[in-house]
Ligand binder design. Sequence first.
Ligand code: DAH
Length: 349
Amino acid sequence: MKEKIEEIKKQAEEEIENIKTAQELQDLKVKILGKKSELSNLLKTLGSLSAEERPKMGALVNEARKELEEKIASVEEKIKENLLAEKLQKETIDITLPSTKIKRGSKHPVNRVIEEIEDLFVSMGYDVVSGPELETDEFCFERLNLPQGHPARDMQDSFYITPEYLLRTQTSAVQARTMLANEEKSPIRMICAGKTYRREDDATHSHQFGQVEGLVIDKKERNVSLADLKGTLEVFVRKLIGKNSELRFRPSYFPFTEPSYEVDVSCFKCGGKGCNLCKQTGWIEVLGSGIVHPNVLKMNGYDPEKYGGFAFGTGLERLAMFKYGIPDMRYLYTNDVRFLTQFDRKDQE
Ligand code: DAH
């Protein structure tokens, strides 16, 4: 019987040696150590042995079993190690390869300009306010000294939704809203940037565009004057477009200001000598402005004898074009990422 045990063991050891995969090993384990294995069968025959022989043989079988178990365990360990090594080999990452770039969005130049304007005016004590894009005729025109039938209404072709409601043609509507909402008549210093709409669509105009509006109102004795308006706009234009810009105030007409001015800035391309950008004049028109008209004050709850101030407004696209040297306004509306990402770099210069 002893020889038989040796034989089984030897045979099993050979088979273990030749094992390659975890599955094969599992099968072999059952074959060598399972209930129907030769070793188990041998144990069942112990009864036929003498009382003296029985424990000896029993011990031998168990010893052989234990040795085989250990062998299997060590082969199992080896297979696991090999599997892991193989997996690591397969999943190696070449960190020297260029990565796939994740494209990041970019701020639109018009939004950059809005943020810069808001930061500047907040630093001068202004509030940033907003108003509705769907506006009433009352706030867009009536309360700004533009009654029904006023010829200046023709300057702004409007999108009327109903006879009462329209898409606002100018952020000036927010002037009236701000004054009317200020029941305590505390000083107003506000800036408002937003979308405006007009019924025009050609190479240089879009039906939707951006404007920014400023309004300052204070008691008469505080004497908010044309000098303050000039100083404010000078800071504004120089900060946004160029610190060497010169400003020129040209008398003009707006229904909500009196006197009214259009403000030109010296051409930043040619420095005022004359070029194609400024149409050889040396100047580029950038702003509308003036001293708030007494009628506007009156209609929006302010006594023109006691209060006064100035207002200004301008188009955001033009400012963005001047600031970044964008040659065609239509670039601003095409949402081409290649165009938009340029300004990340330009703002860092
Ligand atoms: N709202 C005017 C426009 O759209 C611009 C403007 C002119 C605004 C004079 C003002 C101002 O506040 O005082 O053409």
